[in-house]
Ligand binder design. Structure first.
Ligand code: NAD
Length: 411
Protein backbone atom coordinates (compact mmCIF):
# COMPACT_ATOMS: atom_id res chain seq x y z
CA UNK A 1 0.00 0.00 0.00
CA UNK A 2 3.04 2.26 -0.26
CA UNK A 3 1.59 3.77 -3.42
CA UNK A 4 -1.49 4.89 -1.54
CA UNK A 5 0.51 6.62 1.14
CA UNK A 6 2.61 8.33 -1.52
CA UNK A 7 -0.56 9.52 -3.20
CA UNK A 8 -1.89 10.89 0.03
CA UNK A 9 1.33 12.74 0.76
CA UNK A 10 1.54 14.13 -2.77
CA UNK A 11 -2.05 15.26 -2.70
CA UNK A 12 -1.59 16.95 0.62
CA UNK A 13 1.45 18.72 -0.71
CA UNK A 14 -0.70 20.12 -3.49
CA UNK A 15 -3.33 21.30 -1.09
CA UNK A 16 -0.78 23.10 1.02
CA UNK A 17 0.51 24.89 -2.07
CA UNK A 18 -3.00 25.56 -3.26
CA UNK A 19 -3.98 26.83 0.16
CA UNK A 20 -1.75 29.86 -0.18
CA UNK A 21 -3.13 30.51 -3.68
CA UNK A 22 -6.83 30.38 -3.00
CA UNK A 23 -6.85 31.36 0.61
CA UNK A 24 -9.74 30.44 2.72
CA UNK A 25 -11.09 27.00 1.89
CA UNK A 26 -11.62 25.14 5.13
CA UNK A 27 -10.49 21.75 3.87
CA UNK A 28 -7.14 23.16 2.94
CA UNK A 29 -6.76 24.97 6.22
CA UNK A 30 -7.39 21.70 7.93
CA UNK A 31 -4.75 19.88 5.94
CA UNK A 32 -2.26 22.67 6.38
CA UNK A 33 -2.87 22.61 10.12
CA UNK A 34 -2.49 18.86 10.24
CA UNK A 35 0.89 18.91 8.55
CA UNK A 36 2.12 21.97 10.40
CA UNK A 37 1.42 20.22 13.67
CA UNK A 38 3.60 17.34 12.53
CA UNK A 39 0.94 14.64 12.20
CA UNK A 40 2.53 11.56 10.70
CA UNK A 41 0.85 10.06 7.65
CA UNK A 42 1.29 6.61 9.00
CA UNK A 43 -1.89 4.84 8.04
CA UNK A 44 -3.58 4.08 4.77
CA UNK A 45 -7.28 4.87 5.14
CA UNK A 46 -8.83 1.66 6.42
CA UNK A 47 -11.68 1.48 3.95
CA UNK A 48 -9.42 2.37 1.05
CA UNK A 49 -6.92 -0.29 2.02
CA UNK A 50 -9.70 -2.85 2.41
CA UNK A 51 -11.27 -2.06 -0.95
CA UNK A 52 -7.96 -1.92 -2.78
CA UNK A 53 -6.73 -5.17 -1.29
CA UNK A 54 -9.58 -6.92 -3.13
CA UNK A 55 -8.44 -5.77 -6.57
CA UNK A 56 -7.03 -8.78 -8.48
CA UNK A 57 -3.31 -8.33 -9.21
CA UNK A 58 -2.57 -6.81 -12.57
CA UNK A 59 -6.12 -5.55 -13.22
CA UNK A 60 -6.46 -1.97 -14.41
CA UNK A 61 -9.45 0.30 -14.82
CA UNK A 62 -9.39 2.88 -17.60
CA UNK A 63 -10.40 6.31 -16.34
CA UNK A 64 -11.30 9.55 -18.10
CA UNK A 65 -11.20 12.71 -15.99
CA UNK A 66 -13.27 15.80 -16.83
CA UNK A 67 -13.04 19.17 -15.07
CA UNK A 68 -9.47 20.29 -14.38
CA UNK A 69 -10.16 23.03 -11.85
CA UNK A 70 -9.31 23.34 -8.18
CA UNK A 71 -10.32 19.92 -6.86
CA UNK A 72 -8.83 18.02 -9.80
CA UNK A 73 -5.40 18.89 -8.41
CA UNK A 74 -6.20 16.62 -5.49
CA UNK A 75 -8.06 13.90 -7.45
CA UNK A 76 -5.53 13.40 -10.21
CA UNK A 77 -2.42 12.69 -8.10
CA UNK A 78 -4.40 10.19 -6.04
CA UNK A 79 -5.57 8.33 -9.15
CA UNK A 80 -2.25 8.62 -10.97
CA UNK A 81 -0.51 6.83 -8.11
CA UNK A 82 -2.96 3.92 -8.02
CA UNK A 83 -1.43 0.96 -9.84
CA UNK A 84 -4.89 -0.30 -10.81
CA UNK A 85 -5.92 2.95 -12.54
CA UNK A 86 -4.93 3.91 -16.06
CA UNK A 87 -5.62 7.57 -16.76
CA UNK A 88 -6.60 7.51 -20.43
CA UNK A 89 -8.08 10.93 -21.17
CA UNK A 90 -8.47 14.32 -19.63
CA UNK A 91 -10.84 17.12 -20.59
CA UNK A 92 -11.74 20.72 -19.78
CA UNK A 93 -13.56 23.43 -21.69
CA UNK A 94 -10.58 25.61 -20.75
CA UNK A 95 -8.10 23.67 -22.91
CA UNK A 96 -4.91 24.84 -21.19
CA UNK A 97 -6.14 23.35 -17.91
CA UNK A 98 -6.57 19.94 -19.53
CA UNK A 99 -3.20 20.26 -21.29
CA UNK A 100 -1.46 21.08 -18.06
CA UNK A 101 -3.12 18.15 -16.21
CA UNK A 102 -2.14 15.80 -19.06
CA UNK A 103 1.44 16.98 -18.93
CA UNK A 104 1.72 16.68 -15.18
CA UNK A 105 0.21 13.18 -14.98
CA UNK A 106 1.32 11.81 -18.35
CA UNK A 107 -2.23 11.36 -19.62
CA UNK A 108 -2.04 10.56 -23.34
CA UNK A 109 -5.31 12.03 -24.67
CA UNK A 110 -6.58 15.58 -24.13
CA UNK A 111 -10.01 16.91 -25.14
CA UNK A 112 -11.84 20.27 -25.09
CA UNK A 113 -15.36 18.90 -24.51
CA UNK A 114 -17.23 15.79 -23.38
CA UNK A 115 -18.40 14.80 -26.88
CA UNK A 116 -14.86 14.72 -28.26
CA UNK A 117 -13.70 12.88 -25.15
CA UNK A 118 -16.35 10.17 -25.47
CA UNK A 119 -15.52 9.86 -29.17
CA UNK A 120 -11.86 9.20 -28.32
CA UNK A 121 -10.23 6.15 -26.71
CA UNK A 122 -12.58 4.11 -24.53
CA UNK A 123 -12.50 4.23 -20.75
CA UNK A 124 -14.54 2.42 -18.05
CA UNK A 125 -15.08 5.21 -15.52
CA UNK A 126 -15.66 8.92 -16.03
CA UNK A 127 -14.55 11.04 -13.07
CA UNK A 128 -16.50 14.29 -13.18
CA UNK A 129 -15.11 17.24 -11.23
CA UNK A 130 -16.66 19.97 -13.36
CA UNK A 131 -18.65 22.83 -11.83
CA UNK A 132 -22.01 21.78 -10.41
CA UNK A 133 -24.26 23.00 -13.25
CA UNK A 134 -22.26 20.80 -15.65
CA UNK A 135 -22.65 17.61 -13.62
CA UNK A 136 -25.97 16.41 -15.02
CA UNK A 137 -25.34 16.98 -18.75
CA UNK A 138 -21.84 15.51 -18.54
CA UNK A 139 -22.93 12.53 -16.41
CA UNK A 140 -25.81 11.82 -18.78
CA UNK A 141 -23.58 11.75 -21.87
CA UNK A 142 -21.09 9.46 -20.17
CA UNK A 143 -23.80 7.01 -19.07
CA UNK A 144 -25.32 7.06 -22.55
CA UNK A 145 -21.89 6.10 -23.88
CA UNK A 146 -21.80 3.12 -21.49
CA UNK A 147 -19.33 4.54 -18.95
CA UNK A 148 -19.55 4.22 -15.20
CA UNK A 149 -19.54 7.62 -13.51
CA UNK A 150 -18.06 9.03 -10.32
CA UNK A 151 -19.46 12.56 -10.01
CA UNK A 152 -18.63 15.32 -7.61
CA UNK A 153 -21.73 16.37 -5.67
CA UNK A 154 -24.50 16.74 -6.51
CA UNK A 155 -24.93 14.34 -9.45
CA UNK A 156 -27.62 16.68 -10.91
CA UNK A 157 -29.35 19.87 -9.82
CA UNK A 158 -32.91 18.58 -10.26
CA UNK A 159 -34.30 15.45 -8.61
CA UNK A 160 -36.03 14.37 -11.83
CA UNK A 161 -32.68 14.56 -13.61
CA UNK A 162 -31.02 12.45 -10.92
CA UNK A 163 -33.79 9.83 -11.35
CA UNK A 164 -33.12 9.91 -15.07
CA UNK A 165 -29.42 9.27 -14.46
CA UNK A 166 -30.14 6.29 -12.19
CA UNK A 167 -32.57 4.82 -14.73
CA UNK A 168 -30.10 5.36 -17.53
CA UNK A 169 -27.28 3.68 -15.60
CA UNK A 170 -29.51 0.68 -14.96
CA UNK A 171 -30.52 0.49 -18.62
CA UNK A 172 -26.89 0.65 -19.74
CA UNK A 173 -25.66 -1.85 -17.13
CA UNK A 174 -23.25 0.63 -15.54
CA UNK A 175 -23.13 2.50 -12.24
CA UNK A 176 -23.12 6.09 -11.02
CA UNK A 177 -21.97 7.42 -7.67
CA UNK A 178 -21.75 10.94 -6.29
CA UNK A 179 -19.45 12.45 -3.68
CA UNK A 180 -19.12 12.85 -0.74
CA UNK A 181 -17.42 9.84 0.79
CA UNK A 182 -18.42 10.47 4.44
CA UNK A 183 -20.14 7.10 4.92
CA UNK A 184 -16.95 5.15 4.40
CA UNK A 185 -15.02 6.74 7.24
CA UNK A 186 -14.16 4.56 10.26
CA UNK A 187 -15.81 7.21 12.44
CA UNK A 188 -19.06 6.92 10.48
CA UNK A 189 -18.97 3.15 10.87
CA UNK A 190 -18.26 3.51 14.58
CA UNK A 191 -21.22 5.86 15.11
CA UNK A 192 -23.51 3.70 13.00
CA UNK A 193 -22.62 0.65 15.09
CA UNK A 194 -23.16 2.60 18.34
CA UNK A 195 -26.58 3.75 17.16
CA UNK A 196 -27.71 0.43 15.72
CA UNK A 197 -26.39 -1.38 18.79
CA UNK A 198 -28.56 0.81 21.04
CA UNK A 199 -25.50 2.13 22.90
CA UNK A 200 -26.87 5.68 23.17
CA UNK A 201 -30.44 4.56 23.73
CA UNK A 202 -33.22 5.73 21.46
CA UNK A 203 -31.75 8.28 19.06
CA UNK A 204 -33.73 11.51 19.03
CA UNK A 205 -31.71 14.31 17.42
CA UNK A 206 -28.66 15.26 15.36
CA UNK A 207 -26.78 18.39 14.33
CA UNK A 208 -24.23 19.13 11.62
CA UNK A 209 -22.25 22.25 10.80
CA UNK A 210 -19.85 23.13 8.01
CA UNK A 211 -18.89 26.56 6.76
CA UNK A 212 -16.10 28.88 5.75
CA UNK A 213 -15.68 32.25 4.07
CA UNK A 214 -16.54 30.92 0.61
CA UNK A 215 -14.53 29.86 -2.45
CA UNK A 216 -12.49 32.63 -4.05
CA UNK A 217 -11.75 31.15 -7.48
CA UNK A 218 -14.95 30.49 -9.47
CA UNK A 219 -18.11 32.56 -9.89
CA UNK A 220 -20.45 29.60 -10.31
CA UNK A 221 -20.32 28.88 -6.54
CA UNK A 222 -22.40 32.07 -6.05
CA UNK A 223 -24.80 31.62 -8.96
CA UNK A 224 -27.79 29.39 -9.70
CA UNK A 225 -26.71 25.79 -9.23
CA UNK A 226 -24.04 26.71 -6.67
CA UNK A 227 -24.45 27.75 -3.04
CA UNK A 228 -23.28 26.67 0.38
CA UNK A 229 -25.79 23.84 0.79
CA UNK A 230 -24.74 21.94 -2.36
CA UNK A 231 -21.07 22.66 -1.77
CA UNK A 232 -20.68 22.28 2.01
CA UNK A 233 -23.94 21.32 3.74
CA UNK A 234 -24.10 18.26 1.48
CA UNK A 235 -21.48 16.56 3.67
CA UNK A 236 -23.57 16.94 6.82
CA UNK A 237 -26.79 15.92 5.04
CA UNK A 238 -25.04 12.77 3.83
CA UNK A 239 -23.69 11.96 7.30
CA UNK A 240 -26.93 12.67 9.17
CA UNK A 241 -29.16 10.75 6.74
CA UNK A 242 -26.59 7.94 6.78
CA UNK A 243 -26.78 7.76 10.57
CA UNK A 244 -30.42 8.62 11.31
CA UNK A 245 -32.09 7.30 8.15
CA UNK A 246 -33.95 8.73 5.15
CA UNK A 247 -35.73 12.05 5.65
CA UNK A 248 -39.52 12.31 5.49
CA UNK A 249 -39.92 16.07 5.55
CA UNK A 250 -37.87 19.24 5.52
CA UNK A 251 -38.09 22.84 6.65
CA UNK A 252 -35.41 25.25 5.53
CA UNK A 253 -34.29 28.83 5.33
CA UNK A 254 -31.59 30.27 3.10
CA UNK A 255 -30.16 33.74 2.69
CA UNK A 256 -27.94 35.74 0.39
CA UNK A 257 -25.73 37.84 2.67
CA UNK A 258 -23.60 39.75 0.15
CA UNK A 259 -24.92 41.51 -2.94
CA UNK A 260 -21.67 40.83 -4.77
CA UNK A 261 -18.46 38.84 -4.38
CA UNK A 262 -15.03 39.14 -5.97
CA UNK A 263 -13.78 35.94 -7.57
CA UNK A 264 -10.69 35.11 -9.58
CA UNK A 265 -12.33 34.00 -12.82
CA UNK A 266 -14.90 36.79 -13.30
CA UNK A 267 -14.07 39.63 -10.94
CA UNK A 268 -17.12 41.12 -9.19
CA UNK A 269 -20.25 38.96 -9.53
CA UNK A 270 -23.80 39.24 -8.22
CA UNK A 271 -24.58 36.62 -5.57
CA UNK A 272 -27.81 34.69 -6.20
CA UNK A 273 -27.11 31.32 -4.51
CA UNK A 274 -27.49 30.63 -0.79
CA UNK A 275 -24.63 31.83 1.38
CA UNK A 276 -26.25 31.07 4.73
CA UNK A 277 -28.48 28.03 5.18
CA UNK A 278 -30.44 26.38 7.97
CA UNK A 279 -32.03 23.01 7.22
CA UNK A 280 -34.27 21.01 9.57
CA UNK A 281 -34.95 17.35 8.78
CA UNK A 282 -37.52 14.93 10.15
CA UNK A 283 -36.26 11.36 9.81
CA UNK A 284 -39.59 9.86 10.90
CA UNK A 285 -40.85 8.70 14.32
CA UNK A 286 -40.06 12.09 15.81
CA UNK A 287 -36.30 11.96 15.10
CA UNK A 288 -35.02 15.40 14.05
CA UNK A 289 -31.71 16.75 12.85
CA UNK A 290 -30.50 20.02 11.45
CA UNK A 291 -27.64 21.31 9.33
CA UNK A 292 -26.21 24.81 9.39
CA UNK A 293 -23.89 25.73 6.58
CA UNK A 294 -22.59 28.88 4.94
CA UNK A 295 -20.07 30.80 2.91
CA UNK A 296 -20.21 33.46 5.63
CA UNK A 297 -18.62 31.57 8.51
CA UNK A 298 -15.66 32.41 10.71
CA UNK A 299 -13.08 29.68 10.16
CA UNK A 300 -9.59 30.68 11.24
CA UNK A 301 -9.24 27.41 13.12
CA UNK A 302 -10.56 24.79 10.77
CA UNK A 303 -11.52 21.76 12.84
CA UNK A 304 -8.68 19.32 12.64
CA UNK A 305 -7.50 16.30 14.49
CA UNK A 306 -5.51 18.61 16.76
CA UNK A 307 -8.43 20.79 17.71
CA UNK A 308 -11.46 19.19 19.24
CA UNK A 309 -14.12 21.18 17.44
CA UNK A 310 -17.34 19.22 17.05
CA UNK A 311 -19.14 19.31 13.70
CA UNK A 312 -21.62 16.45 14.08
CA UNK A 313 -23.56 15.73 17.27
CA UNK A 314 -25.96 12.84 17.78
CA UNK A 315 -28.21 12.71 20.82
CA UNK A 316 -29.99 9.69 22.25
CA UNK A 317 -31.92 8.95 25.44
CA UNK A 318 -28.87 7.25 27.00
CA UNK A 319 -25.86 8.99 25.46
CA UNK A 320 -24.40 11.27 22.85
CA UNK A 321 -21.79 11.15 20.06
CA UNK A 322 -19.68 14.11 18.89
CA UNK A 323 -17.43 14.10 15.84
CA UNK A 324 -14.10 15.88 16.24
CA UNK A 325 -13.19 17.67 13.03
CA UNK A 326 -15.09 17.89 9.75
CA UNK A 327 -17.23 14.86 8.95
CA UNK A 328 -15.37 14.40 5.64
CA UNK A 329 -12.15 14.14 7.62
CA UNK A 330 -12.98 13.12 11.17
CA UNK A 331 -10.37 12.77 13.89
CA UNK A 332 -12.34 10.86 16.52
CA UNK A 333 -15.76 10.46 18.08
CA UNK A 334 -16.26 11.69 21.64
CA UNK A 335 -18.81 9.62 23.52
CA UNK A 336 -20.85 10.24 26.65
CA UNK A 337 -23.18 7.58 28.02
CA UNK A 338 -25.33 7.21 31.10
CA UNK A 339 -22.97 6.72 34.04
CA UNK A 340 -20.00 7.87 31.89
CA UNK A 341 -20.91 11.48 31.28
CA UNK A 342 -17.33 12.63 30.69
CA UNK A 343 -16.72 12.76 26.95
CA UNK A 344 -14.28 10.02 25.98
CA UNK A 345 -12.58 10.12 22.56
CA UNK A 346 -13.10 6.90 20.61
CA UNK A 347 -12.25 5.69 17.12
CA UNK A 348 -9.13 7.75 16.52
CA UNK A 349 -8.23 5.80 13.43
CA UNK A 350 -6.19 7.99 11.08
CA UNK A 351 -7.18 8.35 7.47
CA UNK A 352 -6.15 11.80 6.50
CA UNK A 353 -7.30 11.93 2.93
CA UNK A 354 -10.70 10.42 2.57
CA UNK A 355 -12.67 13.09 0.82
CA UNK A 356 -10.78 12.86 -2.42
CA UNK A 357 -10.50 9.06 -2.44
CA UNK A 358 -14.01 8.38 -3.72
CA UNK A 359 -13.14 7.88 -7.39
CA UNK A 360 -10.31 5.58 -6.44
CA UNK A 361 -12.62 3.70 -4.07
CA UNK A 362 -15.31 3.04 -6.67
CA UNK A 363 -12.62 2.10 -9.20
CA UNK A 364 -11.44 -0.58 -6.79
CA UNK A 365 -15.06 -1.69 -6.27
CA UNK A 366 -15.57 -2.00 -10.03
CA UNK A 367 -12.45 -4.15 -10.37
CA UNK A 368 -13.03 -6.31 -7.30
CA UNK A 369 -16.79 -6.67 -7.51
CA UNK A 370 -17.03 -5.36 -3.93
CA UNK A 371 -20.26 -3.48 -3.20
CA UNK A 372 -19.74 0.25 -2.65
CA UNK A 373 -20.98 1.76 0.61
CA UNK A 374 -21.62 4.96 -1.31
CA UNK A 375 -24.76 4.50 -3.39
CA UNK A 376 -26.54 6.41 -6.14
CA UNK A 377 -29.81 6.15 -4.21
CA UNK A 378 -28.30 7.88 -1.18
CA UNK A 379 -26.87 10.61 -3.43
CA UNK A 380 -30.28 11.16 -5.01
CA UNK A 381 -31.96 11.31 -1.60
CA UNK A 382 -29.47 13.91 -0.35
CA UNK A 383 -30.20 16.01 -3.44
CA UNK A 384 -33.96 15.78 -2.81
CA UNK A 385 -33.47 16.89 0.81
CA UNK A 386 -31.33 19.86 -0.25
CA UNK A 387 -33.83 20.88 -2.92
CA UNK A 388 -36.64 20.56 -0.38
CA UNK A 389 -34.76 23.11 1.73
CA UNK A 390 -34.72 25.53 -1.20
CA UNK A 391 -38.40 24.86 -1.88
CA UNK A 392 -39.25 25.46 1.76
CA UNK A 393 -37.45 28.81 1.62
CA UNK A 394 -39.28 29.74 -1.59
CA UNK A 395 -42.76 28.70 -0.41
CA UNK A 396 -42.62 29.08 3.36
CA UNK A 397 -43.90 25.49 3.61
CA UNK A 398 -42.75 22.20 5.12
CA UNK A 399 -41.76 19.91 2.21
CA UNK A 400 -42.33 16.14 2.01
CA UNK A 401 -39.46 13.99 0.71
CA UNK A 402 -40.31 10.93 -1.36
CA UNK A 403 -37.06 9.14 -2.10
CA UNK A 404 -35.25 6.77 0.26
CA UNK A 405 -32.19 4.53 0.24
CA UNK A 406 -31.15 1.26 1.84
CA UNK A 407 -30.71 1.99 5.54
CA UNK A 408 -29.04 1.29 7.87
CA UNK A 409 -25.93 1.32 5.73
CA UNK A 410 -24.33 -1.22 8.07
CA UNK A 411 -27.26 -3.52 8.79
N1 NAD B 1 -12.28 22.85 -4.74
C1 NAD B 1 -12.39 22.01 -3.71
O1 NAD B 1 -11.62 22.04 -2.76
C2 NAD B 1 -13.49 20.97 -3.73
C3 NAD B 1 -13.48 20.00 -2.71
C4 NAD B 1 -14.44 19.00 -2.74
C5 NAD B 1 -15.37 18.97 -3.75
N2 NAD B 1 -15.38 19.94 -4.72
C6 NAD B 1 -16.39 19.86 -5.79
O2 NAD B 1 -15.73 19.62 -7.03
C7 NAD B 1 -16.47 20.23 -8.09
C8 NAD B 1 -15.55 21.21 -8.82
O3 NAD B 1 -15.10 22.19 -7.91
P1 NAD B 1 -13.80 23.06 -8.20
O4 NAD B 1 -13.55 23.85 -6.99
O5 NAD B 1 -12.73 22.19 -8.75
O6 NAD B 1 -14.36 24.02 -9.37
P2 NAD B 1 -13.53 24.84 -10.45
O7 NAD B 1 -14.42 25.91 -10.93
O8 NAD B 1 -12.19 25.18 -9.91
O9 NAD B 1 -13.28 23.76 -11.61
C9 NAD B 1 -14.29 23.27 -12.47
C10 NAD B 1 -13.65 22.96 -13.80
O10 NAD B 1 -14.61 22.31 -14.63
C11 NAD B 1 -14.51 22.86 -15.93
N3 NAD B 1 -15.79 22.64 -16.61
C12 NAD B 1 -17.00 23.17 -16.30
N4 NAD B 1 -17.94 22.69 -17.12
C13 NAD B 1 -17.32 21.81 -17.95
C14 NAD B 1 -17.79 20.98 -19.00
N5 NAD B 1 -19.07 20.95 -19.36
N6 NAD B 1 -16.90 20.21 -19.65
C15 NAD B 1 -15.58 20.22 -19.28
N7 NAD B 1 -15.09 20.99 -18.28
C16 NAD B 1 -15.96 21.78 -17.62
C17 NAD B 1 -14.16 24.32 -15.74
O11 NAD B 1 -13.59 24.89 -16.89
C18 NAD B 1 -13.19 24.22 -14.55
O12 NAD B 1 -11.86 24.06 -14.99
C19 NAD B 1 -17.68 20.87 -7.43
O13 NAD B 1 -18.76 19.97 -7.46
C20 NAD B 1 -17.21 21.11 -6.00
O14 NAD B 1 -18.30 21.18 -5.09
C21 NAD B 1 -14.45 20.93 -4.73
Amino acid sequence: MRETVTAIVKSQKFLMDESSRVGRLGRRGFLKGTLAAGSALTAVPAWLAAAESQVPAGRKLRVGHIGCGSVSHAYLPSMAEAEFIELVSVCDIIPERAQSAAQEHKIPHVFPNIDAMLGGPKFDLLVNTTSMPSHYPVNKKALEAGCNVWSEKPMALEVKDAHELLDLAKKKGVQIWAAPTCVVSPQFRYMSDMIQGGKIGRVTAGHGTYGHGGPTWSAWFYEKGGGSLYDLGVYNVTTLTGLLGPVKEVVGMTAVMNKTRKVEDKGEVTVTADENTMLVMHHGNGVFSHVQTGFVYFEPEAPSRERKVYTIDITGTDGSLHVQGWDWSPAAVDVATRGHAILQPQCREKWPYEWVGGARYVASCLLSGQKSLITAEHGLHVLEVMNACHESQATGRRIAVESAFKWPIFG
